[in-house]
Design a binder for this molecule. Structure first.
Ligand SMILES: Cc1cc2nc3c(=O)[nH]c(=O)nc-3n(C[C@H](O)[C@H](O)[C@H](O)COP(=O)(O)OP(=O)(O)OC[C@H]3O[C@@H](n4cnc5c(N)ncnc54)[C@H](O)[C@@H]3O)c2cc1C
Length: 320
């Protein structure tokens, strides 16, 4: 089955989300082809080959430099028409969601969104979609081709296979109406350390911290462990920490090797964003907090006492 995977890039790097979807598509036996769209992006095709792409379509033109959806819809629609692709998969992002929706409208195709898994059963593509506040998983399908899917962040890890892809240059022809929107300004949030989705360690703070000033406890532990800081919705809503760090149903999905939850109750909406973590450590003063039901290691105690000691121990170990 010929499957296209939209590979978003930031600067000269392909994003992990798209590479994860590409690896997954290749692993279920699809002939997976990556699509790279931008300006000066030719070199990125080689990276896609290493993650399972048999072929990479490269649309490289100055008018594709800005990360705007409509020109990407033009490029993808053309590739779908020329290749008769059965499926087009996207790793969720603002750009990917806009592009996927535009492509669905252009091709009159069905789009399943927020999928956390895909599989082939009897040759048919089946998606898995959490429902009822992520408490159940539903199988979803498509009634026509191409089958479009938007996959939840962090669902698949990129798997390097060391392969190489055939590179196909796309003749870029944009519709007049696709070039009317212009990017006026782009801003990048400056942050130290790894991003929350890429980090091997995430230390998350919840309302148990008692106030925004106490987030330094979480930040110091994250720094000592070489990880990123996460937050619950309760603290984000209270304005203690930025939304970009929110883990959960309405935030990010993360799957680090180690997740340390400090003063986090473990509500279902938080759990769904971090339950794929390797080892979950919870520090909470309430022994009946729901997080202890799914933590691998639980510390019943006051975070104001436990967390600084833990940071000190980690720092000592590293310098020792
Ligand atoms: C539609 C919907 C979507 C949602 N999406 C999200 C989401 O994406 N992410 C998310 O996180 N939530 C989400 N929520 C909110 C979620 O239901 C919870 O309200 C939220 O996760 C609770 O955050 P919390 O654990 O920080 O706070 P609380 O539930 O108030 O828990 C604080 C915890 O800290 C402990 N504590 C207090 N003081 C200390 C101390 N000194 N030492 C140690 N422990 C202490 C308490 O025992 C308690 O367990 C969503 C809710 C809805 C309805």
């Amino acid at each position: 089955m010929a499957t296209l995977v939209f590979l978003e890039h930031h600067g000269d790097e392909l994003l992990k989300g798209g590479l994860g979807v590409l690896s997954k598509a290749a692993s279920i036996g699809d002939e997976a082809a990556g699509v790279v769209v931008g300006s000066g992006v030719g070199a990125l095709a080689d990276v896609a080959g290493e993650f399972g792409a048999a072929r990479v379509y490269v649309a490289d033109a100055p008018e594709l430099e800005a990360p705007l959806p409509q020109p990407r819809v033009d490029v993808l629609a053309r590739i779908v028409e020329e290749t008769n692709a059965d499926a087009v998969l996207f790793a969720n992002s603002v750009l990917a969601a806009d592009t996927a929706a535009g492509l669905a409208a252009r091709l009159d195709a069905g789009l399943n969104w927020d999928l956390v898994d895909i599989a082939r059963r009897d040759g048919k593509l089946i998606g898995t979609r959490p429902a009822l506040q992520d408490s159940i998983y539903a199988d979803v399908g498509w009634t026509s081709t191409p089958q479009l899917a938007l996959i939840r962040t962090g669902s698949f890890d990129p798997a390097a296979t060391g392969g190489s892809a055939e590179v196909v240059d796309v003749d870029v022809r944009l519709e007049d109406f696709s070039t009317t929107a212009r990017m006026i300004e782009q801003a990048h949030e400056e942050s130290e350390g790894p991003s929350i989705e890429d980090a091997d360690v995430v230390v998350a703070g919840g309302r148990g911290l008692g106030g925004p000033e106490n987030f330094t406890l979480v930040e110091e532990l994250a720094k000592a462990l070489g990880g990123a800081v996460g937050a619950t919705r309760a603290v984000v809503d209270a304005g203690w920490y930025p939304y970009s760090t929110q883990v959960g149903q309405t935030g990010r999905t993360v799957s680090p090797k180690l997740y340390v939850a400090c003063g986090v109750s473990g509500a279902i909406q938080h759990k769904v964003g971090m339950q794929g973590s390797g080892v979950i450590v919870a520090i909470n003063k309430d022994p009946h907090a729901p997080i202890f039901e799914f933590a691998d290691l639980g510390v019943v105690g006051d975070i104001h006492q436990v967390v600084p000691k833990l940071t000190e121990l980690v720092t000592q170990r590293k310098s020792g």
